[in-house]
Ligand binder design. Structure first.
Ligand SMILES: *Cc1c(COP(=O)(O)O)cnc(C)c1O
Length: 395
């Protein structure tokens, strides 16, 4: 029998995406100045990035990157197990672990890689299982496929559902994995209930805190610390450096034994070059700023309050969220794209998020706040949002 033609396949898949208003395109940013971006000759106030604390262009961090590069060059020249592991990597791992309150840290090239690494290294048997919140990040889902073990998903935020899935999959070792703060919804996992579920069902609780670290908890230690938990309840914690820390890479936190196991067996760790050392130096500076600058978190709280108050004034109902991620459901792809485009014409970047990133029928615009926004700017943005919504053609 003839094989399917791959070119024919991708053409028809693309046609289908166009018909569903799901085409994705990149836009080239030609200038970045804090939360102001230039794209295609237009200037925008950015309400779509993940630079929650406003650290991506902070001068101390840029200085650290420049100094580090002057001293150590750019590339690490090798994977960490050969000769790529640098004193700057070691310092970053130690300080992130100390900040969040864990024994050890291990730096990966990215959060996506770290998630792949953790499950592949720990869930080695076919009847092992990873039980996950239905809205977990794609990298956590892909990680289970890569590990080749069983994947079970429970309804969003439903700790009882997690227990049911764990009970229904006896025999193998289990990881219970959840985002700390959900990236497209902005809500927070019920970590205390999940930690009890994991304990009762002898599963290891793994929290991916990409959107919680720096933002939530005492000294910005994230969603686990905010829930009053630590390594005893959450033995493995992922701290991506690419969101609130404005940098790049990710640190997995855990016990001596778990981290050693990852160093010795994880394939994404062994077979990928170490991060540029200067980048680790920059990230370390970002960690120190995030710990120190309580005003950035206070500013965020204020902005979240302003945003939600203004929304209420105009009868706009964003999803329930106490975090800088403030999504507004639109229902159809067409409506989300139209609203995002209308906002753009007014000079605001608010990203339309569509399936498969979010479930069918829950297209939205995802508005994010940053400590760099001014309260008046958030107010104005909501005023414009209300008007753009009014003016949308009704379907
Ligand atoms: C962004 C993100 C990741 C991936 O992190 P990168 O360092 O950008 O690869 C993982 N998990 C969650 C929840 C994220 O939002």
């Amino acid at each position: 029998m003839a094989r399917p033609d791959l070119f024919e396949r991708i053409r028809s898949l693309r046609d289908a995406r166009i018909a569903q208003n799901r085409l994705r395109v990149r836009r080239t940013v030609t200038r970045r100045d804090g939360i102001t971006l230039d794209i295609d000759g237009h200037r925008y106030a950015n309400f779509s990035g993940n630079d929650y604390l406003g650290l991506a262009q902070q001068f101390e961090i840029i200085d650290a990157l420049q100094d580090g590069t002057a001293r150590e060059g750019v590339g690490a020249t090798a994977s960490p197990l050969i000769c790529g592991y640098d004193i700057s990597h070691e310092n970053l791992e130690r300080e992130v672990a100390e900040w969040i309150g864990y024994p050890r840290g291990l730096l990966f090239g990215s959060g996506f890689m770290a998630n792949l690494a953790v499950q592949q290294a720990l869930l080695t048997e076919e009847n092992d299982v990873c039980v996950q919140d239905r809205l977990n990040h794609a990298s956590l889902i892909d990680a289970t496929h890569l590990a080749g073990c069983r994947l079970r998903r429970y309804p969003h935020l439903d700790a009882e559902g997690a227990i049911r899935q764990l009970k229904g999959t006896p025999g193998g070792a289990a990881i219970l994995a959840t985002d700390g703060v959900f990236s497209m919804d902005g809500d927070i996992a019920p970590l205390q209930a999940l930690s009890l579920a994991a304990k009762v069902q002898q599963a290891l609780l793994y929290v991916d805190d990409a959107h919680g670290v720096g933002v939530l908890g005492p000294d910005g230690r994230g969603s686990v610390a905010a829930a009053g938990l630590g390594p005893a309840e959450v033995p493995l914690l992922l701290v991506p450096l690419s969101k609130a820390l404005g940098s790049y890479g990710a640190v997995v936190l855990g016990s001596e034994a778990l981290i050693n196991h990852l160093i010795e067996t994880s394939r994404p760790y062994a077979y990928s070059s170490a991060l540029p050392p200067a980048l680790a130096t920059a990230a370390l500076t970002a960690v120190r700023s995030a710990r120190r600058d309580e005003w950035r978190r206070e500013r965020l709280k204020e902005l979240i309050g302003v945003f939600r108050e203004e929304c209420q004034r105009y009868g706009i109902e964003p999803l329930m969220s106490d975090t800088p991620i403030q999504p507004l459901l639109c229902g159809s792809e067409t409506e989300a794209v139209a609203l995002s485009a209308a906002m753009e014409r007014e000079g605001y970047l608010t990203a339309a998020i569509r399936p498969p990133t979010v479930p069918e029928g829950t297209s939205r615009i995802r508005i994010t706040l940053s400590a760099l926004h001014a309260p008046q700017q958030v107010q104005r943005m909501v005023t414009v949002l209300a008007r753009c919504r009014e003016e949308l053609p009704k379907h």
